[in-house]
Structure formats: structure tokens, C-alpha cells
Design a binder for this molecule. Structure first.
Ligand code: TYD
Ligand code: MG
Length: 412
């Protein structure tokens, strides 16, 4: 019967195996020789995997990938498909970056079938598609850059990657205008997703992993855009902390220690309050969650009797960094309070702690790690949640433990 033959066919497929019999050894990886990029990927490129590198136009995606392609091509062959720029333009950029590797092949092509053909012919270890939004499949009626084209082209390339073990890196533009289908559409198709953060007006770039089927997702890579391309930042230390001279910091400025992956980053939180048009107080926030700032303002009003309803409140994390963890709450609250009273905090003051709705200061993960780093970088005093009996020795840094917001504010 047909049914038997059908079972026969189906039996050719994969067999279920006991989970204990599956080889769970670490997946092999090709190092990109760019340490910060390896860190984001969880140690390097996994053969046959698909990686999406997203970010706003002009943020440095092509620069990073050309540098990575150059570094990887010291050991093996790389195909760099440029669908936006001509091969000549890519060459100009490469010359500027001092890249001249004979193993780095450049293909200016937008037709996905021809790209697949060339990949099969060249058999590189890694293919870079810069960008995925500019390539198209001729037999689809949809326009290049549309959702259908994006998804189909991406699927074809990922399928090839899985079959051959060639790794594919896609570049995807995040655009606000929405004329191009965004890279979010293909996030579920690829194995690893990393996004560029920062803005074009600062030289620092953070590359953050948001999805990784082969590793942890909380790592970030730090780079600085220079005249010779992206330079790795190995010791971020006080990168995002302004050095105020003799006069000390202005009111509304405080330092906090944020965890970025496994690293501690010291960042400066700034706040400004100004009297507002009656009934239309604005809250403008960048680098932290505006919902969170709204909550902190409410706690300041209710638990510390600070009148902010008639004030515009601006909160900013200096240097274009984003901090999402609640550990920044106390620093935000103190920055707003310092701005409101127009009293600066002493130079080199660190604040770390989560704020509860009752005005209580809660502990945060890895507090000791944060404090050690701040101490290493020479900060003199820290306002921290109550630590009980477990108080680390921190060289020259003095700790001020607080249980409630009002307690932290009374010392301002
Ligand atoms: P690019 O990598 O082209 O951005 P994307 O591919 O994300 O659109 O980077 C563009 C910006 O980087 C551009 O404004 C010029 C600047 N840049 C440098 O400052 N130094 C360099 O060495 C290079 C190659 C670019
Ligand atoms: Mg580009």
C-alpha cells in the first residue's frame, strides 16, 4: 500500500536519540581575530551558522565587517558580497583601512541566485552579505527591500549555510523611515543577532548580542571609530565618565556602575530640571527607560516630598550608552535630586541600587564586582544598598550604605 512506502520514505529521516547519547561537546568556532567581535559571538563564528549584524545607516557595520573579513581571511577564504556599493567603493574603503588580503574576495551582486552560485563555486568559509535588504530574487513579484524579498533571500542563504557549513553574516539596516523592511523580520531565521548601539555623533560603538543559539546573549563588544576604522576598546574603565577638573561636576551629575555582559562599565548619569509651562511638564530621557524614570520621579514626589510636577525633567546617560537594568535607579534619583536642589555631588561619587515603590533601596546583582571596578578606577565614595555583614574591602573607596531613598537624599 501507499502507506507502507510512505513510512519507508519517512524512515529515511532523522532518528530520535536519547539526549544522553547526543554529542554535546562545545561547537567548533572560527575566531574572527577581532577579540571584541568574538566576545559578542560567544567565542567566534560557528560553521554553518547565520549571523545578523543590524544597526542604523552610517554606524559602522560595513567597516566592522570588512575588518573582520580581513582578519579572518588571514587563515581562510572569505567572500564579501557588496550589494550596496560597487567593488571599487569597497576597495577604496579597504585601502583606507589598510586591508590587502588576497583571500578576501569581493563580489558586487544583488541577485541572490547568482550570489548562491558564486558561493558554491568559491567555497568560502564565511560569506558576508552587505546588505541583505538590497538583494533580490528575480522570480518573486515583490520589490527589493520588501518583507517577502528579505525573508526569501535570507532563507535561501541560511539553507545553503546549513547544508554546506559555510557561515553567513548578514548586514541589516535599521531605518526609522520604514522604507526598507527591517532586520527584525529575519531575526527568527538566523542563529545569532547583534546590534550596533551608540550614535554617529559619538565615536564609541557598542555591539550587543540580543540572540545567540550558540552562546550567551548578554555580551557586548566595545569599539571606537577612528580615522583607520574601528578600534577595539579593551579596558572600557572610565570611557563614559567625563573628567571634571578643579571645579568638580555640575549639579545633576553622578556615576553609576552598569553591567554590560560580564564587564562593568562606569557611566555618568546626568539630570536637569527646569521650570515648565504650567500644566505641561515634560520628561525627556535618553539612555534609560522613560517608564523607569517616570516611576523614579513618582517615588521622589511621594516618598521624598520633592515637588517636580511643575518642572521639566531631562535625564541622559552620557556617551550614547543605554542602560536597561534597575541598578541605575538610585543614580537617576540622586541626579534628579541634585539637579532640583542645584547642589552638585562630590567628584567621583558612585551610586548603585534599585529603587522600590516604597522608597526602599534594594540590592543589585554583582554589587561587589561593580564596586571593585569603581574602586580600581579610583572613585572615592559609593552610595550603595545595605549590605549586612558582607562588606568587601575596597582599597580607598568609602561605602555609604542606605536603606531608604530619604536617607541617601539627606546627605546631598
Ligand atoms: P559604515 O561602515 O559605512 O556604516 P554602515 O555600513 O553601518 O552604514 O561607516 C560609516 C561611517 O564611518 C562614515 O560616516 C565614515 C566613518 N568611518 C570612519 O570614521 N573611519 C573609517 O575608517 C571608516 C571606514 C569609516
Ligand atoms: Mg554599509
Amino acid at each position: 500500500m501507499g502507506r507502507d512506502s510512505a513510512t519507508g520514505d519517512i524512515a529515511q529521516g532523522a532518528e530520535p536519540r536519547a539526549i544522553t547519547d547526543i554529542d554535546g561537546d562545545d561547537v567548533p568556532r572560527t575566531s574572527t581575530r577581532v577579540g571584541e567581535f568574538d566576545r559578542v559571538l560567544g567565542g567566534g563564528i560557528v560553521p554553518g551558522s547565520a549571523i545578523l549584524v543590524g544597526g542604523e545607516p552610517g554606524i559602522g557595520k560595513s567597516t566592522l565587517l570588512l575588518q573582520v573579513a580581513d582578519a579572518v581571511s588571514q587563515d581562510t577564504r572569505i567572500l564579501y558580497v557588496t550589494s550596496e556599493e560597487s567593488a571599487r567603493q569597497t576597495k577604496l574603503r579597504a585601502s583606507r583601512l589598510g586591508i590587502a588580503s588576497p583571500n578576501l574576495l569581493v563580489l558586487a551582486e544583488t541577485n541572490v541566485e547568482r550570489i548562491l552560485n558564486q558561493i558554491n563555486r568559491v567555497e568560502p568559509t564565511v560569506v558576508v552579505i552587505d546588505s541583505i535588504q538590497m538583494i533580490y530574487k528575480p522570480d518573486l513579484p515583490a520589490a527589493p527591500g520588501s518583507v517577502t524579498q528579505l525573508r526569501d533571500c535570507c532563507m535561501d542563504l541560511v539553507y545553503l549555510a546549513k547544508q554546506t557549513g559555510i557561515a553567513v553574516i548578514f548586514v541589516g539596516h535599521v531605518t526609522k523611515a520604514g522604507t526598507l523592511a527591517g532586520p527584525k523580520i529575519i531575526e527568527h531565521i538566523v542563529d545569532t543577532v547583534v546590534y550596533f548601539e551608540g550614535d554617529r555623533f559619538h565615536s564609541h560603538r557598542i555591539v550587543r548580542c540580543v540572540k545567540n543559539r550558540f552562546g550567551s546573549t548578554h555580551e557586548v563588544g566595545l569599539f571606537e571609530m577612528t580615522g583607520e576604522g574601528l578600534r577595539e576598546v579593551l579596558d572600557p574603565g572610565k570611557l563614559f565618565v567625563e573628567q571634571y577638573g578643579e571645579g568638580g561636576p555640575p549639579s545633576g551629575s553622578i556615576i553609576t556602575a552598569a553591567m554590560q555582559g560580564s564587564r562593568v562599565l562606569l557611566v555618568e548619569v546626568q539630570a536637569l530640571t527646569a521650570s515648565s509651562v504650567i500644566g505641561a511638564a515634560r520628561r525627556k530621557v535618553s539612555g534609560v527607560s522613560s517608564d523607569r524614570v517616570g516611576m523614579i520621579i513618582a517615588v521622589l514626589e511621594k516618598r521624598a516630598e520633592m515637588r517636580l510636577a511643575a518642572d521639566d525633567v531631562f535625564v541622559n546617560v552620557a556617551g550614547g550608552v543605554k542602560v536597561v537594568e534597575p541598578a541605575i535607579d538610585l543614580a537617576v534619583a540622586l541626579a534628579i535630586a541634585s539637579a532640583h536642589s542645584n547642589r552638585p555631588l562630590p567628584q567621583g561619587t558612585l551610586a548603585v541600587g534599585e529603587l522600590g515603590l516604597g522608597g526602599e533601596i534594594r540590592s543589585v546583582p554583582q554589587l561587589e564586582t561593580r564596586l571593585r571596578e569603581a574602586s580600581r578606577l579610583g572613585l572615592g565614595n559609593a552610595i550603595v544598598p545595605h549590605m549586612g555583614s558582607h562588606i568587601p574591602k575596597l582599597g580607598g573607596m568609602s561605602l555609604h550604605e542606605v536603606r531608604r531613598l530619604s536617607q541617601a537624599l539627606s546627605d546631598l
